[in-house]
Unconditional design. Structure first.
Length: 113
């Protein structure tokens, strides 16, 4: 094994996250690293995030109906994370379920792309 290995899978990372985020919230770290908080944000401003896997999130179909495989974007509304198919946010992952046009439904989302 390489001597410089730090994480075998590299999917769980402790990093800075925005204020107000809690375990289960989707987040974009830096320019484009998508993840889901595994822990609440600490007083130091960090949390452990999972950068892979699938999670159930509320997803808004604001730009037409969502089908499995459609790209899901992350934005903030009033300081809270919002996943939708409106490409004005940061690319987050892929929907694995169906969301009817104009609806917000809890559905499985694949983190990453």
């Amino acid at each position: 094994m390489a001597l410089n290995t730090r994480r075998l899978e590299g999917r769980h990372v402790n990093t800075d996250v925005p204020a107000g985020y809690t375990s289960g919230d989707p987040v974009i770290v830096g320019e484009a690293l998508p993840g889901v908080l595994c822990t609440d944000r600490s007083a130091a401003g960090t949390a452990t995030i999972d950068t892979a896997g699938t999670y159930e999130h509320d997803v808004e179909a604001a730009a037409g109906a969502i089908a499995p495989g459609d790209i899901v974007y992350l934005a903030e509304y009033l300081g809270a994370p919002v996943l939708s198919n409106t490409n004005t946010g940061d690319r987050f992952g892929y929907a694995l379920g169906v969301v009817g046009n104009g609806l917000t439904v809890a559905t499985e989302v694949k983190t990453g792309y």
